[in-house]
Design a protein around this ligand. Structure first.
Ligand SMILES: Cc1cc2nc3c(=O)[nH]c(=O)nc-3n(C[C@H](O)[C@H](O)[C@H](O)COP(=O)(O)OP(=O)(O)OC[C@H]3O[C@@H](n4cnc5c(N)ncnc54)[C@H](O)[C@@H]3O)c2cc1C
Length: 459
């Protein structure tokens, strides 16, 4: 059977771009279809622009610290349009760089929507059809707005937050996940009044309970109002503002209402059902450990599969797919011990098991915990504390979890993740010489087993 290409990728995001590059490197004739911008969520409307906004918001703390170190600064003022224009310029540069790299490796890019017509045929929105030996669905995900409520059309998602014309004076963010707490920190750091509304008992469900309590405490200290156990019931436009009705009966006014209540895989309207590609219970495309769907020549990776929705994971899955299919090197991705960060204020970095998960799975769990004011904030008196926590298997002595809240948490955990992945024991951590004076040295100097923070706080 003759094919137009060896490999057709639907979606030029993190995973799609990587798989295309590696497959082309293995000699596959490769075509990528992208309906929006090359780079996908991470580059265009996710990790990268988010981190740039996070950097902008952190200058507030730097200015506060500076005074304690003897600096007198003129009154600092912030201009949102400048930040957004500079961010957009950088994103355009990255998009061009991604496009050029793909083209240099011999990949053809078509800027159009693509869906499945049959197991080997992709239908493009411009009317063309392409026959491919292998098809990869790397369509990512999109923001969800949750249950329909009156006035939901007034709410923005993270997609629009990156393009607001001005910084809203009062923002109401609904959601308790990482995107919600990150944007709450960004808006507050840049000078907005922020209220975070979350229907659950506490923010960051799935994270270690100590981390959740610690972040909430610090967010509240930094002026973010956190309302849990309620949700937005209706949004009404009142002149240039919004009146937000909460399920608790309260009513708040805001200039901007942002929903960050979850994301759903982009699988609708893709022709999956007709071709026989199965959907998993989590709403993503069902795949095996090699990212193969229920149709043998169709694979799916990244957020479209709703496994671990992070850029490095999508990239690994894309590379593993290309090596498996075009490099004759079957490669499965290990989804355990994936380090992850939340660029909230303060920042979070975690890898491995939470205390609750460890206690449910292990015979004996030991906890080591340290909480202190960072040296940098001592002279300024800035009100912030760091939390470092190790979760240790009490039988094997292996460090099975590392959780850090505070400046530099993500950088520290990226390195600690190597040790956790290698199976390092608490004795290995203890045998490592401290590097002084740093925050990370606490990781190798914690000697006393501790009660969990939640319990310690209650006692
Ligand atoms: C606000 C925000 C912040 C984030 N921060 C982080 C972070 O700090 N760290 C981290 O690791 N991850 C972060 N993520 C998650 C990360 O962006 C995703 O996990 C990652 O981009 C997934 O890559 P992907 O290749 O699966 O899909 P995507 O990057 O979403 O790419 C999918 C591409 O497919 C295109 N597409 C969809 N359907 C079609 C179609 N039918 N035809 C043609 N093209 C199509 C889309 O336009 C898109 O370009 C963040 C996400 C968001 C929203």
């Amino acid at each position: 059977m003759a094919f137009d290409v060896d490999f057709f990728v639907i979606g030029a995001g993190s995973g799609g771009v990587r798989s295309a590059r590696i497959a082309a490197g293995h000699g596959a004739k490769t075509l990528v279809a992208e309906e929006s911008r090359v780079g996908g969520t991470c580059v265009i409307r996710g990790c990268v622009p988010k981190k740039l906004l996070v950097y902008a918001s952190r200058f507030r703390a730097e200015f506060e610290d500076a005074a304690g170190y003897g600096w007198t600064l003129p009154h600092a003022s912030f201009d949102w349009p400048t930040l957004i224009a500079n961010k957009d310029q950088e994103i355009a540069r990255l998009e061009a760089a991604y496009t050029a790299t793909l083209q240099k490796t011999g990949v053809t890019i078509v800027k159009t929507r693509a869906v499945l017509a049959d197991a080997h045929t992709v239908q493009l929105a411009n009317g063309e059809r392409v026959r491919a030996a292998y098809i990869l669905i790397a369509t990512g995900g999109s923001p969800s707005y949750g249950e329909p409520i009156s006035g939901v059309e007034h709410a923005i998602s993270s997609n629009e937050a990156f393009h607001l014309r001005q910084l809203p004076p009062h923002v109401l963010v609904q959601g308790g996940g990482y995107i919600a707490v990150e944007f709450a920190g960004i808006f507050a750091g840049l000078g907005a009044q922020v209220t975070l509304v979350y229907r659950g008992e506490n923010i960051l469900r799935g994270f270690d309970d100590d981390v959740r309590s610690h972040l909430r405490m610090d967010m509240e200290k930094h002026g973010i109002r956190v309302l849990t156990g309620c949700k937005v019931a209706a949004i009404e436009q009142t002149a240039a503002r919004f009146s937000v009705h909460l399920s608790s009966g309260n009513q708040l006014s805001a200039d901007c209402v942002m929903f960050a209540v979850g994301r759903r895989p982009n699988v609708a309207g893709m022709g999956l059902e007709a071709v026989g590609v199965g959907i998993a219970k989590n709403g993503g495309i069902a795949v095996d450990e090699y990212s193969r769907t229920s149709v043998p020549n169709i694979y799916a990776i990244g957020d479209a599969t709703n496994r671990v929705n992070l850029t490095p994971v999508a990239i690994r899955e894309g590379a593993a797919f290309a090596d498996t299919v075009f490099g004759a090197r079957p490669t499965a991705v290990d989804h355990t011990n994936v380090p992850t960060a939340v660029f909230s204020d303060p920042e979070i970095g975690v890898v491995g098991l939470t205390e609750t998960q460890a206690r449910a799975r292990l015979k004996q769990t030991d906890i080591y915990r340290s909480m202190f004011k960072p040296l940098k904030a001592t002279l300024s008196g800035r009100d912030t504390t760091l939390l470092l926590k190790l979760v240790v298997d009490g039988v094997t002595d292996r460090v099975v979890g590392c959780h850090i809240v505070g400046e530099g948490a993500a950088e520290m955990v990226q390195v600690a993740a190597i040790a956790v992945k290698m199976g390092a024991t608490k004795a290995d951590f203890d045998a490592t010489m401290a590097l002084h004076p740093t925050t990370a040295e606490e990781l190798v100097t914690m000697r006393q087993k501790s009660a969990s923070y939640a319990r310690a706080a209650a006692e």
